[in-house]
Design a protein around this ligand. Structure first.
Ligand SMILES: C[S@@+](CC[C@H](N)C(=O)[O-])C[C@H]1O[C@@H](n2cnc3c(N)ncnc32)[C@H](O)[C@@H]1O
Length: 328
């Protein structure tokens, strides 16, 4: 019995050392990143996770209290950093911090993710250049594994007309446009001037004439688009609007068309109880849950969900007319 307890304590000690090493590694990574990009970035989420793991092992209350103090101080400093972040230049502001948090919190095992991101086929030419620049600047484009999947899927579908909601710098639009049929078109919507300017530059450099950038809020643009026209719609915009945009997207799709929706899991937090979700992301949590419930039980929509990136959903419109009663 004593031997067993000693082993348990040894194991806990080792785990604490490992966790502190992990913490140091995280701090090191963050520091390196800051140095490279001259950014004041703090990764509070990972710090918090490490802290919670450590305290769950601590029996000694005084130590626990000391750690709590340190953590409170860390959060205070972190908030200061967040304020600095918000006052950065436009281009830097355009890197959606919340989304980047999600990019850093994999929904699958880290070693599997590393394989998907680093060992699979790379893009070449303009796509590789835009992807690398976006990743360096933390612009929220689809991750590599999702890009490869879309590339593969669209090469099989060979769509005539594609609609994208959420252009950013035009990476996914350029990727998808490669697979258009002759005389096919891709329309892509964005409302953010900084992104629009960069995407335009990329589209022009690519020499593609079949991509049209629709500038403005999707909420106003979607109702002006042709009914039953698109073979593929890729929705990669603000997550809180997925549920609202769903009926419009479905009506714009042809029968048999696919609605592909990116980032549905919020790093797995959409399965958590609503009261545990920070207030600032509670709306996204609620709307995504409504969206997922609706697509999974609708009789005329065939849905499949894949754990790529932060989760991707593919919905097939099985009938010409599909009624969706979600208007509130
Ligand atoms: C995740 S990024 C898109 C990334 C892009 N699909 C890629 O992978 O290359 C999301 C973009 O959607 C845009 N966006 C978000 N909500 C929008 C809305 N309601 N209408 C138009 N654009 C929106 C943002 O400005 C941002 O550029």
């Amino acid at each position: 019995m004593l031997e067993e307890q000693r082993n348990k304590i040894d194991a806990i000690d080792k785990e604490i050392v490992r966790l502190f090493e992990e913490r140091m590694q995280v701090v090191g990574e963050v520091a390196q990143f800051k140095q490279k990009h001259q950014l004041p970035i703090f990764d509070a989420t990972r710090e918090k996770a490490v802290y919670q793991k450590v305290t769950s092992y601590l029996k000694d209350n005084s130590l626990k209290e000391a750690l709590e103090d340190v953590y409170r101080e860390f959060m205070r400093v972190s908030k200061e950093y967040q304020k600095t972040l918000l006052s950065r230049s436009d281009w830097e502001k355009s890197t959606d911090i919340k989304r980047n948090e999600m990019m850093d919190r994999p929904i699958i095992q880290q070693n599997v993710l590393d394989y998907l991101r680093t060992k699979q086929r790379r893009f070449s030419g303009e796509l590789a250049r835009i992807q690398q620049e976006a990743n360096t600047k933390r612009v929220p484009i689809i991750p590599h594994e999702t890009a490869l999947f879309l590339d593969f899927l669209l090469s099989k579908i060979k769509p005539k007309h594609i609609l994208e909601i959420g252009t950013a710098v035009g990476f996914s639009a350029l990727l998808m446009a490669q697979h258009l049929q002759e005389n096919g078109t891709l329309q892509t919507i964005d409302r953010f001037d900084v992104m629009i300017a960069k995407a335009k530059e990329h589209f022009q450099q690519s020499g593609r004439t079949n991509i049209t950038l629709l500038e403005g809020d999707a909420e106003h643009i979607l109702p002006t688009l042709p009914f039953s026209y698109y073979d593929v719609i890729f929705m990669d915009s603000a997550k809180a609007k997925y549920y609202t945009f769903l009926p419009q997207c479905i009506s714009l799709l042809k029968k048999g068309g696919l609605l592909i929706v990116d980032d549905v899991f919020q790093a797995g937090t959409i399965f958590n109880e609503e009261h545990t979700i920070p207030k600032r992301t509670r709306k996204i949590h609620r709307e995504l849950n409504k969206f997922m419930a609706l697509i999974n039980q609708h009789p005329n929509l065939i849905t499949t969900t894949l754990p790529l990136g932060d989760g991707i959903v593919i919905i097939e419109k099985r009938d010409e007319l599909v009624q969706i009663d979600n208007m509130e």
